[in-house]
Design a protein around this ligand. Structure first.
Ligand SMILES: [Fe+2]
Length: 290
């Protein structure tokens, strides 16, 4: 952790090795360059940042996201926030029996976002509009500290490995769980053809290495028999998501949380969606303009 003090914001660590709450900024007001520089530094250091008690101002949520990178420009989704195509609604919001948000809390699955495209998302931002009184937490794992804790021989061996990430593989599992889901079109299969990713990723900002794990999406580790690949991914995922490397975020309405996809993993968790409403605004952040 850095020794430099924070003078414009208050930073309180949340997890065992990562994650911090930041107080002293409100997205409704302009943020000084000095305060933003400290938020940016805290983001590099802690990688999951929680700003509590923020107002539901979509323009400001988009503006804040654009300080981190480029926001994904959705062309066509029925779940975009009216007037704000950078924001997708995530949750179980229904109107007239029709789902009005993208529902993702059906199961738990560790991943980093968009691992199945050549340039995965660098970060994501969530704003809690409505939260259930129980369940629906987000779990984060410090895949950076988890890698750094391995012995040097294993680090060296893992650095040489390349994983193939396949959207079609994930889609097949989703189809098996939900027979009403339409199979991927040939065009989508071409567009989301499997891509190679390093198993160990070096963060371009911090220079720290992390385990790039998304076991449900990885179809292959190049040169490794399937059973060995399954065993390796299961073992590394269990290590990286063990209590010493995880932080459970229990949401409060008004929380604004952004996290680094290049140095952490995350998973949604289930909640009772028949009883409770959960609704988040989400932006997806890229390192190039989409
Ligand atoms: Fe995700």
């Amino acid at each position: 952790m850095s020794a430099a003090p924070y003078r414009h914001i208050e930073v309180t660590p949340l997890g065992p090795t990562f994650g911090a709450r930041v107080d002293g900024v409100n997205i409704a007001a302009p943020v000084s360059d000095e305060a933003w520089a400290e938020v940016d530094r805290a983001f590099a250091e802690y990688r999951v940042i929680v700003l509590p008690d923020q107002p539901a101002l979509p323009d400001r949520i988009v503006d804040w996201s654009r300080r981190i990178g480029f926001t994904e420009q959705h062309i066509d989704s029925k779940y975009l926030l009216d007037g704000h195509p950078e924001i997708i609604k995530i949750g179980n919001l229904k109107e007239g029996g029709v789902m009005k948000s993208l529902f993702v809390n059906a199961r738990e699955e560790w991943h980093f976002d968009y691992s199945y495209v050549a340039k995965p998302s660098i970060a994501a931002l969530f704003y809690a509009v409505e939260i259930p009184p129980e369940g629906g937490d987000t779990l984060f794992a410090d895949s950076t500290a988890a890698f750094e804790s391995l012995d040097e021989d294993e680090k060296a061996r893992l650095r040489g490995l390349t994983a193939i990430h396949s959207w079609a593989r994930l889609h097949e599992q989703l189809e098996a769980m939900d027979p009403t889901r339409t199979p991927l079109s040939d065009e989508a299969k071409r567009r989301f053809a499997p891509v190679p990713q390093p198993l160990v990723y070096r963060h371009p900002v911090t220079g720290r290495e992390s385990l790039w794990l998304a076991p449900q999406v990885v179809s292959e580790i190049i040169g490794m028999p399937e059973a060995e690949k399954d065993e390796l991914l299961a073992r590394l995922t269990a290590h990286a998501t063990s209590p010493g490397f995880t932080y459970r975020h229990k949401w409060r309405k008004g929380d604004l949380v952004f996290f680094d996809n290049r140095g952490t993993l995350h998973t949604a968790t289930v909640f009772d969606y028949e009883r409770y409403l959960r609704l988040m605004y989400r932006t997806t952040i890229l390192d190039v303009a989409a």
